[in-house]
Design a protein around this ligand. Structure first.
Ligand code: UDX
Length: 457
């Protein structure tokens, strides 16, 4: 099929590239000329494993091209994806102006199309319940062409977006006409391994499905973070509990890892949006409020624990932060827990050094020279009074911990992702504080004369 994708940001680019790879002819539209030039040369502007090579392959095969003209891109298109921004407005509602403008541009460009020409306009962006319907009626008012609007929320995880797209658990299609479902069924046919994967529903159900999915996943994490507090108090191990409940097929094992809190471009934003969606119908969503509160508290509690266990005032301490991205395998720092944790550490007048494998440049934009940026994690920890692990980069697990321990001012690690190995910590003489798991504590070998706080259990 001929497909156009308007907006080549993260979602648009993954969608365009993956649809090309399953046999469609895809034209991406990007108005930012610098970005467009890069795309045309086959440079992928975002870090997403597997995306750049797939993109280059599809450009070379002639299945994928980029331009800045909506008119040109949709000349033969049956389906147009709108993957433009839907930023929140200050009052919490969504700014629909980009969607409306893109939708109108599509309709205007098709003004001279033959009367039997039907275009399917697909909204990929996460939008509040009612948006697809609003857009439909808005476009009805402003155009004469035949079109249908489809809501097709994405469920891509950064770091595995290509796989998530090509091997979906489900494809959610919101629409109001059987013809819209038929077009989308044809579009996604190569990815539909069983009919259960292809779910059709009305616009509002599709829109709310996306929020419900992200809020449910965020809730699972927040629930485990609350449980981790009980684990610390009673001497239980959150990892054992995770396995204990995750093996119940009604619960399942995914998204039950306790940590310093969730971040990213989706969970915090979608949970907040669900709060507004609820409020706009006069309902205070208590559940969603709890998720937000727990996630905020988790970061504050992490820094309080550092302060309590450090054995010296924060203002006399140097803390090495390992990991700035909101999760491993990305340079994305949007709503990353590292932002709040570093802020609290700086408020406590600690000296902060930081390392990340990909996200350091992005974090520099926020903290500039308030933080010392160090390219090597071992050098980052040298001379520090504690390491705080905030992203679960697998590389942190294979560092030369003997050297780390020997060169720190005191060998203390606060593992906000429960990603280091306890045995390795013990063997190398660390005081080790994971989240919701028993700590490793022994008298500290101190260089500067401060004493460590009384041992935990
Ligand atoms: C998420 C959704 O998973 C995806 O379906 C949606 O389309 C976009 O939002 P993403 O933001 O890429 O994807 O990251 P994800 O892997 O879901 O992690 C989100 C955050 O939760 C990260 O900060 C991660 O560290 C944290 N997390 C995840 C936990 O703290 N514990 C877990 O068990 C899982």
């Amino acid at each position: 099929m001929d497909v156009a994708v308007i907006g080549c940001g993260y979602v648009g680019l993954v969608t365009a590239t993956c649809l090309a790879s399953i046999g469609h002819t895809v034209r991406g539209v990007e108005k930012d000329q610098r970005k467009l030039a890069k795309l045309r040369e086959g440079h992928c502007p975002i870090f997403e494993p597997g995306l750049a090579s797939l993109m280059q392959e599809q450009i070379a095969a002639g299945n994928l091209s980029f331009g800045d003209s909506v008119r040109e891109a949709i000349q033969e298109a049956e389906v147009v994806f709108l993957a433009v921004g839907t930023p929140p407005k200050p009052d919490g509602t969504v700014d629909m102006s980009f969607l409306e403008a893109a939708g109108r541009e599509v309709c205007d460009a098709l003004a001279d199309a033959p009367p039997d020409y039907l275009i399917t306009i697909v909204i990929k962006s996460t939008v509040p319940a009612g948006t697809n319907r609003k857009l439909y009626y808005y476009l009805r008012q402003h155009s004469t062409i035949e079109f249908q609007v489809v809501s097709n929320p994405e469920f891509l995880k950064e770091g595995s977006a290509v796989n998530d797209f090509l091997e979906p658990d489900r494809i959610v299609i919101g629409g109001e006409s059987p013809e819209a479902f038929r077009v989308m069924r044809r579009l996604y046919d190569p990815l539909i391994t069983s009919e259960d994967v292809f779910l059709t529903m009305n616009w509002e159900s599709a829109e709310l499905t996306k929020y419900a999915a992200n809020a449910m996943l965020a809730a699972r994490i927040s629930f485990m973070n609350e449980m981790s507090i009980l684990c610390d108090a009673y001497g239980a191990d959150i990892e054992d509990i995770r396995k204990g409940i995750g093996s119940d097929s009604r619960i399942g094992p995914a998204f039950l890892r306790a940590g310093v809190g969730f971040g990213g471009s989706c969970f915090p934003k979608d949970v907040a949006a669900l709060q507004h969606i609820s409020a706009s119908v006069g309902h205070e969503n208590l559940f969603v409020g709890a998720i937000q509160r727990i996630n905020g508290e988790q970061k504050r509690r992490f820094v309080e624990r550092i302060s309590a266990k450090l054995g010296r005032p924060l203002k006399d301490a140097t803390i090495a932060v390992w990991g700035l991205a909101f999760k491993a395998d990305t340079d994305d720092i949007r709503e990353s827990p590292a932002i709040d944790v570093i802020r609290y550490l700086l408020e406590g007048e600690a000296r902060v050094r930081a390392h990340d494998y990909k996200a350091m440049e992005n974090m520099k934009q926020i903290f500039g020279d308030q933080v010392e940026w160090v390219n090597d994690p071992v050098a980052c920890a040298a001379g520090a009074d504690a390491v705080a692990v905030l992203t679960d980069w697998p590389q942190y697990n294979t560092l030369p911990f003997r050297k780390v321990s020997a060169t720190m001012n005191q060998p203390v690690i606060f593992d906000g992702r429960n990603c280091l190995q306890r045995d390795v910590m013990r063997e190398n003489g660390f005081q080790y504080y994971p989240i919701g798991r028993p700590a490793l504590e022994s008298p500290l070998r101190l260089r500067n004369g401060y004493r460590v706080a009384a041992a935990e259990k």
